[in-house]
Design a protein around this ligand. Structure first.
Ligand code: ATP
Ligand code: PLP
Ligand code: MG
Ligand code: NA
Ligand code: MG
Length: 291
């Protein structure tokens, strides 16, 4: 059956973040993608220059000064959920990263009370998960607890797309975690519902990428669609795509920069088109651990 996705994200003229990071890979995987561009930029914020063309529509930029944009998104999701039973809402809560909030504080209660409860799949980074739950993540146990708290807020699938947790394999790895409720009906004796928790040590590439969070969310949507009850497989395929894309990007960026030079943000734009075959059919290069 045809699967259609409405993707509400930012657009850039050059490069790959937001809708530019999600549309092509989802289309390659056979999804029909309708997109709403929440904002139009010349390029992402990591470039030296940024010419901003804010669209004069109801869709304000995602870091808008007021909360009206988020509330518009909420009403769109509510309408669509009413009209389309079984609709899956993937929410990547854009709030901040590494301890820095980059949206106005008054968006936090909207995310907590209105957006997250509607989400079926939630992909916060560590900082966003901490903001949403009010708990700090210092250990793997903390992460597990935070994911359970997020389940209680609504979503059946939660993925912490990146954390600062130390990896058992050393500092060349970054840690991501996921949790999926295994049954909506079954409850453990203590009243909590049952879930599968997984953890992944991801080989880290020595560069800062932009658009990877957006690509991650898009690929998680695609692979959970194919493996709705098997987060481990969906997670492994998602992270494998990420590995292929960031490694190809890194190699190319270093070639462009030349020996001894650090690649620029422009050179580090994701090599999306060049990764078409890996996106379509990712060889699995990482293994998730069931906790
Ligand atoms: P958000 O975009 O919501 O803030 P995030 O901060 O978790 O999420 P990223 O830091 O881009 O987003 O990480 C998302 C995924 O991208 C990671 O799980 C990993 O698979 C991949 N990734 C990003 N940076 C690297 C890197 N330097 N080396 C290897 N993989 C990376
Ligand atoms: N959208 C725009 C316009 C951006 O400038 C950025 C980051 O600079 C992002 C999205 C975030 O991209 P990601 O979180 O996937 O790295
Ligand atoms: Mg990040
Ligand atoms: Na994320
Ligand atoms: Mg992001």
């Amino acid at each position: 059956m045809e699967c259609r996705i409405l993707s509400i994200q930012s657009h850039v003229v050059r490069g790959y973040v937001g809708n530019k990071s999600a549309t092509f890979p989802l289309q390659v995987l056979g999804f029909e993608v309708d997109s709403i561009n929440s904002v139009q930029f010349s390029n992402h914020t990591g470039w030296f220059c940024l010419f901003r063309v804010e669209l004069e529509t109801i869709f304000y930029p995602w870091y808008c000064k007021d909360k009206s944009f988020l509330e518009v998104v909420v009403s769109i999701i509510q309408e669509l959920k009413k009209a389309t039973p079984g609709l899956v809402y993937v929410c990547d809560p854009v709030m901040g990263d590494h301890g820095l909030l980059y949206v106005p504080e008054n968006l936090l209660p909207v995310y907590k009370n209105e957006v997250v409860p509607l989400a079926d799949i939630l992909t916060p980074n560590q900082f966003e998960a901490e903001l949403l739950t009010g708990r700090k993540i210092k250990t793997e146990d903390d992460a597990v607890e935070v994911m359970d708290l997020l389940h209680e807020m609504g979503p059946d699938t939660v993925v912490l797309t990146s954390t600062d947790l130390p990896s058992k394999h050393g500092d060349q790895f970054l840690v991501a975690l996921g949790s999926q409720k295994t049954s909506k009906v079954f409850r453990n004796p203590d009243g909590t519902s049952s879930s599968q928790k997984i953890c992944m040590d991801i080989p880290q590439v020595d560069a800062v990428f932009v658009g990877t969070g957006d690509l991650f969310a898009a690929m998680l949507l695609a692979w959970t669609h194919h493996h709705p009850k098997d987060l481990k497989t969906a997670f492994e395929k998602t992270v494998s795509v990420m590995q292929h894309v960031v490694k190809r990007t890194f190699t190319y960026a270093n070639e462009m920069a030349g020996p001894g030079n650090k690649p620029s943000a422009a050179q580090l734009e994701l090599r999306m088109i060049q990764s078409k075959a890996d996106i379509e059919n990712p060889s699995v290069v990482v293994e998730a651990k069931v906790l």
